[in-house]
Design a binder for this molecule. Structure first.
Ligand code: ASP
Length: 328
């Protein structure tokens, strides 16, 4: 980044004057509950962090003296490491609590864990949990800001925000954009947060999945639903693929991975049904050869997957920045 641009960004990131609030709430529990102007403000702020992150000197002192705890009850690669990096780049003390090595694996309840954490006086708690509503429960029990990093099948707000940032960088806006979310919608918190956010921002959202992988109350989302990839992808601008979440399935919902790929896996032929120049996204982790062909995932001309990871750090920095604005 040219030195002149850096100089214009740094003062806004390091100013001692209190910057304008962005979020009404002191927590980020879901896309439900935040407004379109709040989303736009977060995306704009994340752009400044995306620029900062591409420079050699990536640090700000905005969270100096603050403590961020990452509490992950479910496996995570991208989300946990990007919150850790975001906190460290902003000068916070970051503690990663691994549930496997904590007392939670000895049977401590979520409420007991909350009480323990409360005594450590964190400023921000980032939590991922297998139960829908866990982040909201903790937000009621703790004094600090709580960020939902994925709760069961409910929401994953920072994933939807980073997806929106990635889309906006390529398409400029959300209006007149058709986004097809394909695959295991039934078990996906990513789908739920993206449906909310993209619809709120004016995009046309479609869901494409076999009947067994659609939620039984799918009409509640108010979006078009397709069970055929050809019809679902026809004319769309963005194809967002989802992982088969086998860990959340109680029985076999697809005949076999091979069969699934044949009908619902994204390959060149199925991508050709979408608009010419359509872009492909995936929140990760990917099952290559199950929901997406490797050559598409790795094709830098169509795949935004690496950029999604990069924007994940920028979005998480913007969220931490926004939450810190409400702190005393
Ligand atoms: N990483 C995303 C999540 O935590 C998607 C996935 O696991 O498939 O929901």
């Amino acid at each position: 980044m040219p030195e002149a641009d850096l100089l214009s960004i740094r003062p806004t990131l390091m100013t001692s004057a209190k910057p304008a609030p962005i979020l009404k709430s002191s927590h980020l529990l879901g896309i439900e509950g935040i407004s379109a102007p709040e989303v736009v403000a977060l995306l704009d702020l994340a752009e400044t962090y995306a620029t900062l992150n591409r420079g050699a000197e990536k640090k700000t002192a905005l969270l100096k003296g603050r403590t961020l705890i990452n509490l992950f009850f479910e496996a995570s690669t991208r989300t946990q490491s990007s919150f850790e990096l975001a906190g460290k780049r902003m000068g916070a003390d970051v503690l990663n609590m691994s549930v496997k090595t904590s007392s939670v694996s000895k049977g401590e309840t979520l409420i007991d864990t909350a009480a323990t954490l409360h005594a450590m006086r964190p400023d921000i708690l980032v939590v991922r949990h297998q139960d829908s509503g866990a982040a909201e429960l903790l937000s009621r029990k703790l004094d600090c800001s709580v960020v939902n990093a994925g709760d069961g099948q409910h929401e994953h707000p920072t994933q939807a925000l980073l997806d929106a940032l990635t889309i906006r960088r390529h398409r400029g806006s959300f209006e007149n954009l058709t986004v097809a979310i394909c695959g295991d919608i039934a078990h996906s918190r990513v789908a739920r947060s993206n449906i909310r956010l993209l619809s709120m921002m004016g995009a046309q959202v479609r869901l494409v999945a076999p009947r067994t992988l659609l939620p039984c109350d799918v009409e509640r989302f108010g979006v078009k639903v397709f069970t055929d990839m050809k019809a679902g992808l026809a004319g769309c601008d963005i194809v967002m693929m989802l992982r088969l979440q086998l860990e959340r399935m109680t029985g076999a919902l697809v005949p076999s991975a091979r069969e699934y790929f044949r009908f619902y896996g994204l390959d060149r032929e199925k991508l050709s049904y979408a608009k010419p120049g359509a872009l492909v996204m995936h929140p990760g982790p990917m099952n290559r050869g199950v929901e997406i062909a490797s050559d598409i995932a790795d094709d830098v001309d169509v795949s935004l997957i690496s950029e999604q990871v990069e924007m994940g750090v920028a979005i998480r920095m913007a969220v931490l920045d926004a939450l810190s604005r409400g702190m005393t």
